[in-house]
Design a protein around this ligand. Structure first.
Ligand code: MG
Ligand code: ZN
Length: 187
């Protein structure tokens, strides 16, 4: 039996607007990018399941609580409907805590792969940072760097970074994945 086809997504600056240098903890401020709905629709038509993997160091830094993050996620899930996110996982630690779950470390992703029987060879990671691209590769996924939020900057700053695709936004990332995966779709 073939494993699940999955798209893992970063949250801030990939699905929702991010003001660089700020931390989001207010559910009322959650704002998906305009192209998000069409992106999820297209990928859903291709048979992908969605998971969000996020570094939320604001918890470890004491800026907000895990409870507030959960409230942000409840709001996000509502706004993304009818798209279904199977699960949202996050690292709550600050970088200096040297945890084992902060992207690009693969731990959170490996857990999801095992739990949902995901096939890495048919799966993709989308994010706006170097850590996202590396995280996808560590899992055996193909990685797409979106140039929203930090993406443009990271692309310039890390010339050795080799995402399978650079896309200007989430919808263009989805279009690449739809094509690359060979799934039949209408677009
Ligand atoms: Mg991000
Ligand atoms: Zn962690």
């Amino acid at each position: 039996m073939k494993g699940l086809k999955a798209v893992f997504l970063d949250r801030d600056g990939t699905i929702i607007h991010e003001k660089p240098g700020t931390y989001l903890s207010d559910p009322a401020r959650v704002k998906p990018y305009q192209s998000a709905a069409a992106a999820f629709k297209l990928l859903q038509q291709c048979g992908f399941k969605f998971f969000i993997v996020s570094n939320q160091s604001g918890i470890g830094r004491g800026y907000f609580t895990e409870k507030e993050v959960n409230a942000v996620h409840a709001r996000l899930l509502k706004l993304l409907k009818p798209a279904v996110i199977e699960e949202i996982v996050f690292c709550p630690h600050a970088p200096e805590q040297n945890c084992t779950c902060r992207k690009p470390q693969p731990k959170l992703g490996l857990k999801l792969i095992k739990k949902y029987r995901i096939d890495p060879s048919r799966s993709y990671m989308i994010g706006d940072k170097k850590a996202d691209v590396e995280f996808g590769h560590a899992l055996g996924f193909k990685s797409v760097l979106v140039t929203t939020a930090n993406g443009k900057n990271h692309l310039k700053k890390y010339p050795d970074l080799k995402p399978e695709k650079v896309a200007s936004n989430l919808l263009n990332a989805a279009r690449f994945i739809a094509k690359d995966s060979g799934a039949a779709y209408e677009a």
